[in-house]
Design a protein around this ligand. Structure first.
Ligand code: NAD
Length: 541
């Protein structure tokens, strides 16, 4: 019950800690990592606050040391999925009727807990089981997640403040109701913060959630569950299940109360989910909301007026940070002939300096790719490039999975703009580069725009304002997040709302009011103070 129009704390981006040698945060994080990797975690499912252990388990192993078992997670049978749906619905009445301040307080508290006592644990879990280095874990698992929680509270109140005008004698108002049913969140391995946000955003707006994390993010998912619990999230609001994605999805999408899908992952899976929802449409009580952020083939395009060192740095950071496993990672580049020798020189120099290995050693810039399937897929494209007549590997090209799934940062120069690694999402530390004739720069923009089905992120480099303007226009629909003279990765909540169009997603912009709006269904209320009592209008006289 509110007795005031409350302002929420003004959100600020969580400062990124430096983890320099000798800093207290570095010592705490590395000590936490050591402790956690030496112990075993047993990750249950969570249904109405109960920990469910089925005994049917799968191992959690660090991608950089795949024979070392750090724990296990329990997988569901169909009855657990049905139970998760039923308990979410049972929790719905109390949660959807709770005042928005109570919901906001829980997520604001979660932000503060994560900024403080949970920070090292969340980062260490992400380093261990998702193979992120110290910096990558910090910007994702701590800073971005904290930002999502803080900024979403602000956005929620901004949405609530958006009210219609009222004419004399009447009062119009809108209520932003949660969806009538439950939301199904399916999350990817690559961002701990995305996993948390895909549940937290609908929950903040009053929805209840059944969450299926990625098998490869179970460790940090458990830390998220602990965090939400300590922040005071009531039982049943977010229910967590693991297991066969097809069985889980078939069960969930058969429920008449399925009201929304919050998905991040690959394009093919999302398209199939959309199709399945369409096939089941007669089953549902309401038209489900479908929000999906999916794959990308993110580009860097340089004009001959660009600074070659800046272009090379955007490529090395944009393509190789987190082993190229960011949806926004640069994976194709277009460079003019006149700039190429300089760009190449800097690329070779920077890449040669990069160390690869376990995240436990913070001097390693590159760690392992997520699992054997991903390793084998990337390796097969590298092998094909080694023997191709229309491609040449100029940097890297080696890989080794004896201890961890390590793939060297690799640069392929493609002689054709449609060579398969120029158009296929590999999701690894591989970038393909097409060298174009300087005079053909306008045609090269067409290649950027039309070579792939995706439109997630992209970057252009030029010092010439007219070129910047023309390229921005020519690539208007080629990226949902478009960067001028900067790498295409590293979106910050509250600054660069994130999402792509075409086959890259529904572009509902994670970390913005637009996304939160999708988890509401507006009720307009018109109240008339002096109600008419005669049917006749004046024109009838
Ligand atoms: P993925 O598609 O393999 O898995 C994503 C989730 O879908 C996981 O939880 C997985 O278990 C689940 N899943 C798998 N098969 C399913 C099925 N048949 N039905 C329902 N769910 C199923 O993706 P990933 O490897 O975890 O993540 C990498 C992909 O995610 C890349 O394509 C990347 O571009 C994309 N991504 C996009 C964004 C974005 O904002 N656009 C952000 C992060 C990742």
């Amino acid at each position: 019950m509110s007795r005031g129009f409350f302002n929420v704390p003004t959100p600020i981006n969580e400062p990124v800690k430096g983890y320099a040698p000798g800093s207290p945060e570095r010592e705490e994080l590395l000590a936490t990592y050591k402790k956690m990797i030496a112990n075993k975690i047993d990750v249950p499912m969570h249904i109405y606050g109960r920990e469910i252990r089925t005994g049917n388990t799968k191992n959690i192993t660090p991608p950089h040391d795949h024979q070392h078992i750090v724990g296990q997670y329990h997988v569901a049978e169909k009855k657990h999925v049905e139970e998760a749906i039923a308990t979410a619905l049972a929790a719905r009445q109390a949660w959807s009727n709770a005042s928005w301040m109570e919901r906001a307080s829980i997520f604001l508290k979660a932000a503060e807990l994560l900024a403080g006592p949970y920070r090292a644990k969340m980062n260490a879990a992400t380093m261990i089981a998702q193979s992120k280095n110290v910096h990558q874990a910090e910007i994702d698992a701590s800073c971005e997640m904290i930002d999502f929680f803080r900024f979403n509270v602000q956005y929620m109140t901004d949405i609530f403040k958006d009210q219609p005008a009222s004419a004399p004698g009447i009062w119009n108002r809108v209520e932003y109701r949660p969806l009538e049913g439950f939301v199904y969140a399916i999350t990817p391995f690559n961002f701990t913060s995305i996993a948390a946000n895909l549940c937290a955003a609908p929950a903040l707006m009053g929805n209840v959630v059944v969450w299926k994390p990625s098998d490869h993010q179970a460790y940090s998912a458990q830390v998220i569950v602990d965090l939400f619990k300590e922040a005071g999230l009531p039982d049943g609001v977010i229910n967590v299940i693991y297991g066969d994605p097809v069985m889980i999805t078939d069960t969930i999408l058969a429920s008449p109360d399925f009201a929304g899908l919050h998905f991040t992952g690959s394009t093919t899976i999302f398209k199939n989910l959309w199709k399945q929802i369409g096939t089941n449409i007669h089953t549902y009580k309401t038209y489900p909301r479908i929000v999906g952020e999916t794959g990308g083939k993110d580009f860097i395009w340089a004009h001959n007026s660009a600074n070659p060192l800046q272009v090379a740095t955007a490529i090395t950071r944009g393509a190789f940070e987190y082993q190229g496993q960011k949806c926004s990672a640069a994976s194709r580049a277009y460079i003019p002939y006149s700039l190429w020798e300089d760009v190449k020189k800097h690329l070779i120099a920077q890449t040669n300096e990069m160390k690869m290995g376990s995240p436990e050693d913070p001097s390693n810039f590159v760690n392992a790719v997520i699992h054997e399937g991903s390793f084998d897929k990337i390796a097969s494209y590298i092998d094909a490039a080694k023997t191709a007549t229309d491609a040449e590997i100029i940097i890297g090209g080696n890989y080794d999975k004896s201890k961890g799934y390590f793939i060297e940062p690799t640069v392929i120069v493609a002689k054709s703009p449609t060579y398969k690694t120029m158009t296929t999402e590999l999701f690894g530390p591989v970038i393909s580069i097409y060298i174009y004739e300087d005079a053909d720069w306008e045609h090269s923009l067409k290649l950027v725009d039309e070579s792939t089905e995706y439109a997630l992120t992209g970057a252009i480099f030029s010092k010439d304002r007219y070129i910047v303007e023309k390229a921005s226009k020519a690539l208007e629909n080629a990226a949902g997040n478009f960067y001028i003279n900067d790498k295409p990765t590293g979106a910050v909540v509250g600054q660069q709302p994130f999402g792509g169009a075409r086959a890259s997603g529904t572009n509902d912009k994670a970390g913005s009011a637009q996304n939160l709006l999708r988890w509401t269904s507006v009720r307009l209320i018109k109240e008339t103070f002096v109600t008419p009592e005669d049917y006749k209008y004046p024109f009838l006289e």
